[in-house]
Design a protein around this ligand. Structure first.
Ligand SMILES: Nc1ncnc2c1ncn2[C@@H]1O[C@H](COP(=O)(O)OP(=O)(O)OP(=O)(O)O)[C@@H](O)[C@H]1O
Ligand SMILES: [Mg+2]
Length: 255
C-alpha cells in the first residue's frame, strides 16, 4: 500500500467548489512538487493533508490511517510566511523543534547539551550560526525563512509540507536551501510535498510535478468548478514525459 493515498477528494467552501476528484498515491520518500495558478487550491490541499480542515468528500490516508488532527512530529510544515517562535532565540527555536521529537517534550542535562550542539550544527549548515543568540525579529526575512525551514527539518518529520518555502529568498540563498533540503532528504527519506510558483524549481527538486488546474471552465462563472490534478509529470530525468490525467472540457457559452 502506498504511503499517502488520496481518494476522490472534494473540497468546497460554502457552495463554492475549490478542489474536485483528487486522486493520488505517493510512495514513502517521494518528493512531490505542486504547481498551479494562484487561488486554485494548493494551500487548501496541504491543509487537508495536515487535517487542519476536513474534506467535503473523499478520504486521505497517511501511513495507513487518516491524518491525525493534533499536530504531531510526523508532519513538519513551512508556510509561505515565517512561522518561527518570536520570543525564543534562533538557537532555542531549533532546540524547541528537536524537543518535539522526544517522548516527554522538554530537554534536561546532557540531552539539552546534545540538542544545543546539534542545533548549532544545523544553524552552521544554513549559515545562521553567527546569529544563534539573537531573536528572530532582528533577522532579515530570508534569514527568518531559513530558520523556519531548519526548524521544520530539525524534528525529522516523516512528511514535510512546504508551501512556497523559498519565495522570499534571494537566488543565492535559494540555491543553498535547495542543497540543504536535498541533503536532509537523502539522510532521512522524508516524503515531501512542496508548493511552488517556480516551475524549474519544481522540476529540479521534485521526483514528480503535479499540476493543479480547472479542467472544466465556464467563462460566465469562473468559480463554478474546482481544480484537480491535470498533469502528473515524471521529473526524475528532467521530466518531459507526462501523463495527462484529465481531459479539458469547455462548458459551452449559453447566451
Ligand atoms: N477558509 C476558507 N474559506 C473560504 N474560502 C477559502 C478559505 N481558504 C481558502 N479559500 C479560497 O479557496 C481558494 C483556494 O485557496 P488556496 O489558498 O488553497 O489557493 P492557492 O492555490 O494556495 O493560491 P496561492 O498560489 O495564491 O497561494 C481561494 O479562492 C481562497 O480565497
Ligand atoms: Mg497558497
Amino acid at each position: 500500500m502506498s504511503f499517502v493515498t488520496v481518494q476522490n477528494l472534494f473540497q468546497s467552501y460554502g457552495t463554492r467548489p475549490i478542489l474536485e476528484r483528487i486522486n493520488l498515491t505517493v510512495e514513502e520518500g517521494e518528493f512531490v512538487s505542486i504547481v498551479g495558478a494562484s487561488g486554485c487550491g494548493k494551500s487548501t490541499f496541504l491543509r487537508l493533508l495536515l487535517a487542519q480542515e476536513q474534506p467535503s468528500r473523499g478520504a486521505i490516508s497517511i501511513d495507513g490511517a487518516p491524518p491525525a488532527q493534533e499536530p504531531d512530529r510526523d508532519r513538519g510544515v513551512v508556510f509561505q510566511r515565517y512561522s518561527v517562535f518570536p520570543h525564543m532565540t534562533v538557537r532555542d527555536n531549533i532546540i524547541a523543534a528537536t524537543a518535539l521529537n522526544r517522548p516527554f517534550g522538554a530537554l534536561w542535562g546532557a540531552a539539552r547539551l546534545k540538542a544545543r550542539a546539534e542545533a548549532l550544527e544545523v544553524l552552521d549548515r544554513i549559515g545562521l550560526a553567527h546569529v544563534a543568540g539573537q531573536y528572530p525579529a532582528s533577522l532579515s526575512g530570508g534569514m527568518q525563512q531559513r530558520l523556519a525551514i531548519a526548524q521544520a527539518l530539525a524534528a525529522k518529520p516523516k512528511i514535510l509540507l512546504l508551501d512556497e518555502p523559498f519565495g522570499a529568498l534571494d537566488p543565492g540563498t535559494r540555491l543553498t536551501m535547495h542543497d540543504f533540503l536535498c541533503e536532509l532528504r537523502d539522510e532521512t527519506n522524508m516524503t515531501i510535498f512542496m508548493v511552488t510558483h517556480d516551475l524549474p524549481e519544481g522540476f529540479k527538486l521534485g521526483d514528480r510535478v503535479l499540476v493543479f488546474d480547472k479542467p472544466r471552465w465556464d467563462p460566465t462563472d469562473p468559480e463554478a468548478y474546482g481544480a484537480t490534478i491535470t498533469y502528473d509529470f515524471d521529473a526524475r530525468d528532467g521530466g518531459i514525459p507526462y501523463q495527462r490525467l484529465v481531459e479539458e472540457t469547455h462548458v459551452p457559452l449559453t447566451l
